[in-house]
Design a protein around this ligand. Structure first.
Ligand code: FAD
Length: 496
């Protein structure tokens, strides 16, 4: 195991009379291509103990909804199937009114020699880890499976993607990062399943749909039509992306279109819930775009910072990998060190803050409330289309996401209110919300990781401005707008 990925969260010694090593799967919800699971398995072998995998689902997480619950549960059913194939002792726990989760983890922690979990820099995870670390009598070890390079190597936060890109490329030039086992075999895990039974209340609901009907979720957000969570679906989407779309990624990525036509992968929800890992995506992209069998020596390794040529002979692959690695990592690293869990506009660079100070009282031509935004009820056809896509499908095309964020800043009384509205809508409706990239994506609209733009404008000052008119000029929007029309059907309202 790569020590750079391991973080000891408390100072407790191994509890030698404990029965098992417990892997608390909370972010990277899969067995294959998972550093934390691999570490838990190796520790169980070393300590000659059983390995238990606990995956929980509570009801009370922020922005909870049927949409998110169904997606996560579909992943848990896939995990049950995979655990059975591998002979892993998997303990899923799904909270319900009659089956409360309170105290469950503490209870199963009593018999643990050590607990291994996923390190993740955002949402409720850091606090959950901290809380448990104080309640238990054994070590709690968080393992970083977030990206290709261990984040402990980056000791400073960065202000721009071009800087991080150079750092990442230099690390690659020092040597390929150590990848974890891409696919387990039953033989690899022999002897780790001692058949210890979980306490009462564990197991998955027999019927997912009728189970979901028993909940009163805080947010009424139905699952999106045709969207399925879980590892099997994630692997299918990856295969289809690399064989059918990847070649057009460089030229087609920015153009908003129907999901089946747009050149983007649609993988972010599966990455967010850990149903798929970045290492397997990386490999798959390079396998498909390399002529003949790929190996690390085949990376072109041009000069550090060269976005077009660094990883592969294929320019499209390089563009995709740059989004997957540089742009995704910059968001995670923004939170990794010393960042408060709940962020706000104070985290923006000084040049942006002074801009906002100067322009905060500028007249806003349009002003909308949260309700008007939420129901896609603004004067702007493109903004309404983007919001409709979000509400109906749980996703939004990246270019539309940028425009969507910029316009909320323009049409609210204060920057703070704009931030709150964007955070709420993104996290409530998007499958990939509540992620470091949710926050850094939104903050990018406020100028994070960007540079000053000229001329200075109303409300934005020198922060980059975007307009629906120029979007219409830049792209052929007909197919996207037809798609949105189909999503809306004949209904006046977005909501049932
Ligand atoms: C206002 C706003 C809100 C956003 N909210 C989220 C969010 O909640 N969750 C989220 O994961 N991303 C968010 N993003 C970033 C980006 O829009 C999505 O990651 C991307 O659209 C996901 O679609 P995809 O998987 O088809 O991406 P692809 O283009 O296929 O890219 C592959 C992967 O690379 C990463 N990636 C691609 N573009 C970006 C980017 N600009 N920034 C960071 N990572 C990127 C993602 O992990 C993505 O799955 C937001 C951006 C903006 C401007």
């Amino acid at each position: 195991m790569n020590e750079e990925r391991i973080r000891l969260c408390n100072q407790k010694p191994m509890f030698s009379s404990g029965k098992y090593i417990l892997y608390w799967m909370q972010t990277y919800r899969r067995f294959d291509s998972n550093h934390a699971f691999a570490y838990a398995a190796s520790l169980a072998k070393k300590q000659n103990k059983e390995l238990i995998v606990y995956e929980g689902l509570r009801c009370d997480y922020p922005w909870n909804s049927e949409r998110l619950h169904k997606f996560i549960l579909e992943g848990m059913y896939d995990n049950q199937t995979r655990a059975d194939e591998l002979g892993v002792n998997y303990w899923p726990f799904v909270e319900s009114k009659t089956n409360p989760a309170r105290g469950i983890l503490k209870e199963i922690a009593k018999d643990a020699v050590a607990i291994i979990t996923d390190d993740f820099p955002c949402f409720i995870i850091p606090k959950q880890i901290e809380k448990l670390s104080k309640k238990i009598n054994c070590p709690l070890i968080a393992v970083d499976s977030n990206s290709l390079l261990p984040f402990s190597r980056f000791d400073r936060s960065v202000s721009a993607a071009r800087i991080l890109r150079i750092w990442i490329h230099k690390e690659f030039l020092k040597g390929m990062p150590k990848f974890t086992k891409p696919k387990w075999k039953k033989e690899d895990l022999l002897g780790l399943n001692g058949n210890t039974k979980p306490p009462a209340g564990f197991g998955l609901p027999k019927n997912l749909n009728s189970f979901l009907q028993t909940f009163d979720f805080k947010n009424e957000v139905p699952p999106a039509k045709g969207v399925k969570g879980g590892r099997n679906e994630a692997l299918k989407i990856l295969k289809s992306f690399v064989t059918k779309k990847l070649q057009t990624y460089e030229t087609g990525r920015s153009e908003p279109n129907r999901p089946e036509i747009t050149a983007t992968s649609g993988l972010s929800p599966y990455l967010h819930f850990g149903h798929i890992g970045i290492e397997e995506i990386f490999h798959s992209v390079l396998e498909v775009t390399s002529k003949g069998k790929w190996n690390p020596e085949r990376m072109s390794h041009q000069k550090p910072g060269d976005r077009e040529h660094f990883y592969s002979e294929s320019s499209s692959a390089n563009h995709f990998l740059d989004e997957l690695i540089t742009w995704r990592d910059i968001g995670y690293l923004f939170f990794w060190k010393d960042k408060p869990n709940n962020i706000n506009l104070e985290n923006l660079p000084d040049w942006v803050k002074s801009n906002f100070k100067k322009h905060k009282s500028d007249t806003r031509e349009h002003l909308y409330t949260l309700e008007q935004f939420e129901s896609a009820n603004t004067h702007d056809e493109l903004w309404n289309a983007a919001q409709t896509e979000l509400v109906k499908t749980g996703r939004m095309h990246n270019y539309m996401r940028m425009l969507w964020g910029k316009k909320v800043i323009e049409w609210t009384k204060t920057y703070e209110e704009a931030f709150q509205i964007l955070e709420h809508l993104n996290n409530k409706y998007a499958y990939d919300g509540r992620n470091p990239n949710s926050y850094t994506g939104i903050l990018w609209c406020f100028g994070l990781f960007d540079r000053p733009w000229f001329p200075e404008r109303n409300v934005f000052g020198n922060v980059r401005f975007m307009s629906s008119d120029s979007t219409k000029k830049k792209f052929k929007m007909k197919s996207y707008l037809e798609y949105i029309g189909e999503l809306r059907g004949n209904s006046d309202s977005l909501f049932p």
